[in-house]
Design a protein around this ligand. Structure first.
Ligand SMILES: Nc1ncnc2c1ncn2[C@@H]1O[C@H](COP(=O)(O)OP(=O)(O)O)[C@@H](O)[C@H]1O
Ligand SMILES: [Mg+2]
Length: 199
């Protein structure tokens, strides 16, 4: 823990920044099982928002583990730290007036709460999107062959098989990807953003 450090506040706060840039920041936090559709929907949403001339940027589980979090594994403590860092980074993006779409399994309720608290204490929007599909469906999809490997015992601590997934109790948005296609999922989220005057 560092000592002798002082937080340096800027001269422009996030609401003034939003006014000057004509865009509010927010974090759209996707959570769900592997292959539930987080990356696919986050990509499509990012693209849709950019076409609306809204600055949006996606932080994706797999990509972040190549860089920022390449020192972390998948045990519970590493997953906590993975999400803590993403919570901090997404908060910085939201504070900068960007719409940050994070796509991480983020299986623990407490970790998601930490990310939410960070945003809400800073007066920033945090929109939790539960990307929901039954295990039988995601296991059938298995785009990366990970469930097959997890069932064979080749991957340990695999969410839904050998590690827990704690579903959100009160997500802002709950989408069932076995019932809605990608375009419909993007529409549901965009409607939420419009109704809540984020875009
Ligand atoms: N409604 C839907 N939303 C998102 N993905 C879907 C949907 N229906 C089917 N899929 C498929 O499910 C898979 C989801 O993979 P991915 O987005 O990588 O999941 P995750 O990022 O949650 O691990 C993709 O192969 C995608 O084409
Ligand atoms: Mg993904």
């Amino acid at each position: 823990m560092a000592t002798n450090i002082t937080f340096h506040a800027g001269s422009v706060d996030h609401s003034e920044r939003a006014q000057l840039l004509g865009q509010k920041g927010a974090t759209i936090w996707f959570t769900g099982l592997s292959a539930s559709g987080k990356s696919t929907i986050a990509c499509a949403l990012e693209q849709h928002l950019l076409h609306l001339k809204k600055a949006a940027y996606r932080l994706d589980g797999d990509n972040i583990r190549f860089g920022l979090n390449k020192d972390l594994g998948f045990d519970e403590k590493s997953r906590n730290e993975n999400i803590r860092r993403i919570g901090e980074v997404s908060k910085l993006f939201a504070d900068s007036s960007l719409i940050c779409c994070t796509a991480f399994i983020s299986p623990y309720r407490q970790d998601r709460q930490v990310a939410r608290d960070l945003h809400e204490k800073g007066g920033l929007h945090f929109i939790e999107v539960y990307v929901d599909a039954p295990l039988s469906v995601v296991e059938q999809r298995d785009p990366k062959g990970l469930y097959k490997k997890a069932r064979a015992g080749e991957i340990k601590d695999f969410t839904g098989i050998s590690a827990p997934y704690e579903a959100p109790e009160k997500p802002e948005i709950h989408i069932k990807t076995d019932e809605h296609d990608v375009a419909a999922c993007v529409r549901i989220i965009t409607e939420y953003l419009t109704t809540n005057e984020i875009i």
